[in-house]
Design a protein around this ligand. Structure first.
Ligand code: ADP
Ligand code: MG
Length: 318
């Protein structure tokens, strides 16, 4: 049977050109760039809760890093280093090899060095830490939204939630639509370039991992402001636009998680800049509402009248 050390040597020991010392010692050594702040985040993925036990290991490896890079993107940070803590029920080389391939492929794509971690026996659990850098004082925080700001979102919302609904047999997508939504769920793209480009432009940002309404709520709370959101403006994929079950569509767009798009606020004066940026990045950026001075959250329906979230099936929304 392979040992923990064999696994580390075979699958998790890679050159780390951006570090002073990577995997193999008691700890890693990194030299931060002068004039930059370190941005650090950790996300844990628990089997049975965040992913299915029989999940494709390569996609899981990729996603474990992707969701962490998404947090750095939401801060406007340049990703630099990562650490990977893994609990494995058994040292299945094939599984670990595929997981490492997915993880390292995405790491290479974003030029992130794996500099350390931990490998232990236990119920399947994946914990990733990422470190990035942002110029002093330029991080995109949740507490910077100002009354009068436009609220923007990248990409489309709710597609990953549609995939989950499909997997749970709450709806039956045709194979082509299912493949599109499953890709959104399994292989999210962290919006790193967008986050970095929004430095000095956006007032506040968050990545949409727990659902648009809830994540916007975090910005409102931290910034002590309110918001009006236009339901009809929410950017939807072709699959979402075609969905006959409008209630499910609204639920997925407003409360579905796992989108990993960036939600940000910016003053009206930079609209043109943001539109240009979207074109440059080949990523739709859509204004979906406005920040208000009064606290509270209003969702306006197609007819302009406020709609209550309860009516759309949100019992737990505050
Ligand atoms: P220690 O017992 O001192 O914590 P370990 O035997 O756990 O050391 O780890 C040896 C080296 O391998 C360390 O540099 C550690 O950071 C690295 N490492 C262990 N597991 C992983 C992993 N899953 N991914 C990346 N590096 C790892
Ligand atoms: Mg250790």
């Amino acid at each position: 049977m392979v040992s923990e050390f064999d696994l580390i040597r075979r699958f998790f020991t890679h050159p780390a050109p951006g570090a002073v010392l990577g995997v193999g010692d008691d700890a890693a050594l990194m030299k931060p760039t002068p004039g930059q702040e370190l941005v650090v985040s950790t996300d844990m993925l628990v089997a049975g809760r965040h992913f299915f036990l029989d999940a494709d290991p390569e996609k899981l490896g990729r996603k474990a890093l992707a969701v962490n890079l998404s947090d750095l993107a939401a801060m406007g940070a340049q990703p630099r280093w990562t650490l990977l803590a893994l609990a494995l029920p058994e040292p299945d080389e094939e599984w670990v090899g595929a997981f490492a391939r997915g993880f390292m492929d995405l790491a290479a794509q974003f030029r992130v060095d794996l500099v350390g971690g931990d490998t232990t026996h236990g119920p399947l659990n994946v914990c990733v830490t990422v470190l990035g850098e942002v110029p002093d004082g330029e991080a995109l925080r949740r507490d910077g939204a100002k009354a009068g700001d436009d609220i923007w979102i990248s990409g489309t919302v709710g597609d990953a939630a549609l995939a989950l609904a499909h997997l749970r047999r709450r709806l039956a997508l045709d194979p082509h639509d299912a493949a599109f939504c499953l890709a959104r769920l399994d292989t999210p793209t962290p919006r790193v370039a967008l986050g970095m480009a929004l430095r000095g432009i956006a007032h506040a940002a968050i990545d949409v991992s727990d659902g648009l309404a809830q994540d916007l709520g975090h910005i409102l709370e931290r910034s002590e402001v309110g918001a009006v959101l236009e339901f009809s403006r929410l950017p939807r994929s072709a699959v979402m636009a075609r969905l006959a079950d409008r209630r499910l569509a609204a639920q997925c767009m407003l409360a579905g998680g796992d989108d990993y798009e960036l939600l940000f606020t910016a003053p009206p004066g930079v609209r043109r800049l943001i539109e240009d940026l979207g074109r440059e990045l080949g990523l739709p950026l859509t204004p979906i509402g406005r920040i208000t001075g009064e606290r509270g959250f209003t969702l306006r329906g197609e007819d302009g009248a406020p709609i209550t979230l309860e009516r759309m099936g949100f019992d737990h929304f505050r």
